[in-house]
Ligand binder design. Structure first.
Ligand code: MV4
Length: 446
């Protein structure tokens, strides 16, 4: 096992990883920017290293500073957390080249899944169902028109380096294809420095359902069920639940099984998430995330498995301590992302928290770095707390969520707590009958 881990992140996820390390008796080093010097993970870690100024590009994304911090403190492993460099294959390569373990998948898997065209090719080889589309990258408009005849309209032009919706354009008919193709390419070039695009049939009203997988370096791979992540705004998830209210138990074990088999065939290592669109009873693989996810606690709640301690054990060469048959699913879990954002305009609301009170009680988990007096910096994403509830079934989880949201206080700034308080009483949430369009096109417009 590792002696000392460098936590290359900030915020609630840095604290999440820190707690896992402490529980395992592993020494911790936290890095931080000047803006985060007073943060809770910095106070709680065994050691801390200031790696640069507030701007992420000069601190949390500064690879030489991070690797130097690991070297001078004598770490033997690096945990990248969520976001920042967690899916940067070059960072993983450099960490490994410096004799440190990277707590995550192998760099080649990160690289492969970062290229969405490659990701689809390996997913198909591993037996996952794809959205019908171009067999690979599409380089010319003539090629696009030819392929589009077979795919049909409406279709999407997507950036190979994309994700998060950037560089994605809809073409409703053949006369819109040229404009969609060239604007997707130029947007992709500007955002990612890569103008490679591919085509997919456009699904007009899908759900976003993702499957958590985990694999060790001894050939064992299992799935830990799915998460329903359709409640989102501008590709930012706000509310996630597990299991998905849309699936039957048969569909659930089917998609889980094929995801676990694919993970094993790929020789994947560590935790990962396979993202699917689900529409009219069918699953379509779209992307794979090669990192821990923000919403991992809902999977932890229903499985009782600690994803971060498992991640660390796997990176140290450990064997998965459970088989697929030993993974059991209990009850229902929901996560609300509480952001320092105005609940209607979604403008960030950084500043000093004068008063903080967390919800509590049975089945309630709060992952946060908040404390009364904490100054929410304006430089980073606005997630300030994750509220996770677990109940015996979906109605029980919703009842616990409603109560927890009543108890939760963050003052004086507006936060998305108020949005969640309205959300829990929405009909579509009560029934579980929503798609990726529901929040933006129905809930937020009413
Ligand atoms: C799609 C789609 C419909 N049809 N692909 C958006 C981000 C990227 N990760 C994939 N995305 C989508 N791909 C096909 N063929 C609709 C979306 C999409 C979406 C997907 C998941 C969660 C929220 C979304 C919001 C808008 C569009």
């Amino acid at each position: 096992m590792f002696n000392k881990i460098l936590i290359a992140n900030r915020g609630d996820v840095a604290l999440r990883v820190l707690r896992a390390c402490k529980e395992m008796g592993i020494q911790t080093v936290i890095v931080h920017s000047t803006a985060d010097a007073e943060s809770m993970p910095v106070r709680l870690a065994d050691e801390s290293v200031c790696i640069g100024p507030a701007a992420s590009s000069e601190s949390y994304l500064n690879i030489p500073s991070l690797v130097s911090a690991a070297a001078i403190t004598g770490c033997d492993a690096v945990h990248p957390g969520v976001g920042f460099l967690a899916e940067n294959a070059d960072f993983a390569d450099i960490v490994i080249a410096h004799g440190l373990a990277f707590i995550g998948p192998e760099p080649d898997h990160i690289r492969q899944m970062g290229d969405k065209v490659q990701a689809k090719i390996s997913a198909a080889e591993a037996g996952l169902p794809l959205v019908p589309g171009s067999p690979g990258a599409v380089h010319t408009i003539e090629e696009a028109h030819k392929l589009a005849e077979g795919i049909g309209f409406p279709l999407l032009v997507k950036a190979a380096s994309g994700g998060g919706g950037r560089g994605m354009k809809v073409a409703l008919s053949a006369d819109e294809l040229s404009v969609a193709f060239s604007s997707a390419r130029s947007e992709a070039k500007a955002a990612f420095g890569d103008d490679t695009v591919y085509l997919e049939r456009y699904l007009d009203n899908p759900r976003h359902i993702e499957v958590q997988v985990i694999a060790d370096s001894h050939g064992n791979a299992v799935h830990l069920g799915e998460r329903e992540c359709s409640v989102q705004r501008r590709h930012q998830k706000l509310f996630e639940e597990a299991p998905s209210p849309a699936l039957t138990d048969v569909q659930r074990s089917h998609i889980g099984m094929i995801a676990a088999e694919a993970t094993q065939k790929m020789g994947y290592l560590g935790v990962g998430t396979m993202e699917f669109l689900y529409q009219d009873g069918e699953f379509f693989f779209i992307e794979m995330n090669t990192r821990l996810q923000v919403e991992h606690p809902i999977t932890e709640a229903i499985t009782g498995i600690d994803l971060v301690t498992e991640q660390i054990k796997i990176a140290a060469g450990g064997v998965l301590p459970f088989t697929q048959d030993e993974v059991t699913f209990t009850g229902h879990a929901i996560e609300c992302r509480i952001n320092a954002e105005h609940p209607e305009t979604f403008m960030p609301t950084p500043g000093k928290v004068e008063y903080y009170h967390a919800a509590g009680g049975a089945g309630v988990r709060v992952d946060t770095i908040l404390y009364s007096g904490y100054k929410i910096p304006p430089y980073y994403d606005s997630l300030i707390a994750k509220l996770i509830v677990h109940g015996r079934d979906r109605d029980h989880a919703l009842a616990r969520l409603r109560l927890a949201l009543q108890e939760f206080v963050v003052e004086p700034m507006p936060t998305t707590l108020d949005l969640h308080r309205r959300l829990v009483d929405a009909d579509a949430i009560k029934t579980g009958n929503y798609s990726i369009k529901w929040l933006e096109q129905e809930f937020l417009t009413s």
